[in-house]
Write a protein that binds this ligand. Structure first.
Ligand code: SF4
Length: 446
C-alpha cells in the first residue's frame, strides 16, 4: 500500500493534495521566501510522486525486491527534501490564535473561534462556513494553513482498565505512539505523548531508541496526539494532564515542545493546565536551562536509572556525555527559577538497580536535591515493561519493588509506584510502533 499520496481519477498525485499534506512553519516565512522556495518544492514534489507511481507499479508486479527498496528510499529522501525546502501550508494546530491574528492582521475573536473548532470540535476544513467567523477570516487562514492529521494505524485497549495505546502515522510515513492513561479520579485522563520519531539517547531499557533518531516531531504533531486521545474519551471525561514520556527525548526537541505546551494549555485549544504537564528527560542540562528561560510552569521528571555512577552508565549512556551531577545542577536552577517541585523517575529493573545500595544512593541524591531547592522531591518508581525478544532486563518482582519502596519511604520520602497499566498490550515505549512498522514494512517505508 502506498501511504500519504492522494491520486486523482487519472491516477496522478494531485498537486493540491500533495502540498496540503506537507507540514511546515509557513507562518514565519516571508512572502518573498515562500515564492522562491515554492518552485523548488513543486518540482521535488512532482519527482517524489513520479517515484510513488513507479513504486505502485512495482508493488503490482510482485514480491519484495531491491527495486522496491530503492524506490522507497528515493521517495523518502525526496519527500524529506520537499518537506524541508519549501513550506507552503502549515498545520494550524501548532499555532496560537494571538500569533496568527498578529501575523495575518486578522480578528482575534474570530480566529479563536476557528481554532477552538479545530481543537475541540474536530473541524477539518478551515474554509467551511462557521458561526460567527467571517468568510474573509476563513479565506485568510485557509490560504496559509490546513488542519494537519495523523493517521490512526492501530489502537489497542487494555482489558484491565481504560488504558489505551495508539500507533499513529505521520504524513511522511513514520509511526509514533501515544498513550491514554486513566487517572485515579474517574473520568480524568492523562496523555503520554511522543516528541520525536525514535530517539538518539540510547537508554538500554528502551525500545524506542533501538532504531536511533529519525526526526523531531513538529509542535502540531505533538498537539494532535492529545486531540486524538480526547476524541477517544467516553462522554463526560476529559484530558487533565499531559506527560512527555512517549517516544523521544523532549529536551532534544525543545522549540517544538515549548510551542506544544503553550498551545495545549491555551483555553481555545486543549486547555490543559501547564502545572498538570510533566516533561520527562534523561537530563540534558542545556535543555533544562533553556526550559527555565521559556517560563513554563511544567513539572520535570528526571530519569535516574541509578544514582550509582557505574550502574547508571551501563543503563544510560548519556552519563558519558552529561553526568547525573550536571543534570542535577541544571535541574536545581530550573526548580529555583520556576518554583516547581522536583520529581525523580526510577525504572525498577530486577537485580540491576534494586539493591539496598541503589536505594541508599537514590535516597542520598534525593536528600541533597531536596535541601538545595527547599522542597523534598517526589520519587516515582516505574515498573519496567519488557521490550520483547532478547530483552536484557526483567521487571522487578512485587517483593523487590515493595522492599525498594520501603527502604526509601523509611527515610521520609513521598514515594509513588507509578501506574504502569496496559501490561496486557504492547505497553513498553516504542513497542507498538515497532510492531506495526514490522507488520507493514513495505507501506511504512514507502
Ligand atoms: S527512555 Fe526516553 S530518552 Fe531514553 S532512549 Fe527511550 S525515549 Fe530516549
Amino acid at each position: 500500500m502506498l501511504t500519504g499520496v492522494q491520486l486523482n481519477a487519472a491516477g496522478v498525485a494531485t498537486e493540491e493534495n500533495v502540498l496540503r499534506r506537507r507540514t511546515s512553519n509557513a507562518a514565519s516565512n516571508t512572502p518573498e521566501a515562500e515564492s522562491k522556495t515554492h518552485g523548488y518544492q513543486q518540482r521535488i514534489t512532482r519527482l517524489a510522486d513520479c517515484v510513488a507511481l513507479m513504486q505502485m507499479k512495482s508493488y503490482a508486479r510482485g514480491p519484495w525486491g531491491p527495486n522496491r527498496l530503492n524506490l522507497s528510499a528515493i521517495r523518502l529522501v525526496l519527500n524529506g527534501l520537499s518537506r524541508h525546502i519549501g513550506q507552503v501550508s502549515a498545520a494550524i494546530q501548532g499555532h496560537l490564535p494571538e500569533d496568527l491574528a498578529l501575523s495575518l492582521d486578522g480578528k482575534l475573536t474570530e480566529i479563536r473561534r476557528l481554532i477552538a473548532a479545530v481543537h475541540q470540535r474536530n473541524l477539518q476544513d478551515l474554509a467551511l462556513p462557521l458561526a460567527q467567523v467571517s468568510k474573509a477570516t476563513r479565506a485568510k487562514l485557509s490560504a496559509k494553513f490546513h488542519v494537519g492529521r495523523l493517521e490512526i494505524v492501530d489502537a489497542q485497549s487494555s482489558t484491565l482498565d481504560p488504558f489505551m495505546k495508539f500507533a499513529l502515522r505521520t504524513t511522511d510515513g513514520h509511526l509514533i505512539e501515544t498513550v491514554r492513561i486513566p487517572l485515579e479520579k474517574a473520568g480524568r485522563f492523562s496523555v503520554c505523548v511522543s516528541s520525536q520519531v525514535g530517539c538518539a539517547i540510547g537508554c538500554r531499557f528502551c525500545k524506542t531508541t533501538q532504531g536511533g533518531l529519525v526526526r523531531n516531531l513538529e509542535a502540531w504533531e505533538i498537539v494532535e496526539q492529545v486531540r486524538i486521545v480526547r476524541q477517544s474519551l467516553p462522554k463526560g471525561s476529559r484530558v487533565s494532564g499531559v506527560v512527555f514520556q512517549g517516544m523521544g527525548e523532549p529536551l532534544a526537541n525543545l522549540n517544538a515542545v515549548i510551542q506544544a505546551v503553550n498551545v495545549l494549555s491555551h483555553p481555545a485549544c486543549q486547555s490543559v493546565d501547564q502545572k498538570a504537564m510533566t516533561i520527562c528527560t534523561s537530563g540534558l542540562p542545556n535543555g533544562l536551562l533553556r526550559l527555565k528561560e521559556a517560563k513554563l510552569r511544567v513539572r520535570i521528571g528526571l530519569s535516574i536509572g541509578s544514582a550509582i555512577t557505574e550502574t547508571r552508565r551501563a543503563l544510560m549512556p548519556i552519563e558519558d556525555r552529561y553526568t547525573l551531577r550536571e543534570s542535577i545542577e541544571a535541574l536545581v536552577v530550573y526548580l529555583k527559577g520556576t518554583g516547581q517541585s522536583p520529581m525523580l523517575a526510577y525504572t525498577l529493573l530486577s537485580g540491576v538497580n534494586t539493591s539496598k545500595s541503589n536505594a541508599d544512593a537514590l535516597r542520598q541524591l534525593a536528600l541533597d536535591l531536596g535541601q538545595r531547592c527547599g522542597r523534598m522531591p517526589r520519587l516515582s518508581l516505574v515498573a519496567y515493561n519488557p521490550i520483547g525478544a532478547q530483552d536484557p532486563f526483567l521487571r522487578a518482582t512485587e517483593a523487590e519493588a515493595e522492599e525498594f519502596r520501603n527502604w526509601l519511604s523509611s527515610a521520609g520520602f513521598p514515594v509513588v509506584r507509578r501506574y504502569s497499566g496496559g501490561s496486557d498490550i504492547d505497553a513498553a515505549c516504542g513497542q507498538l510502533a515497532a510492531k506495526r512498522a514490522a507488520q507493514s514494512a513495505p507501506s511504512a517505508s514507502g
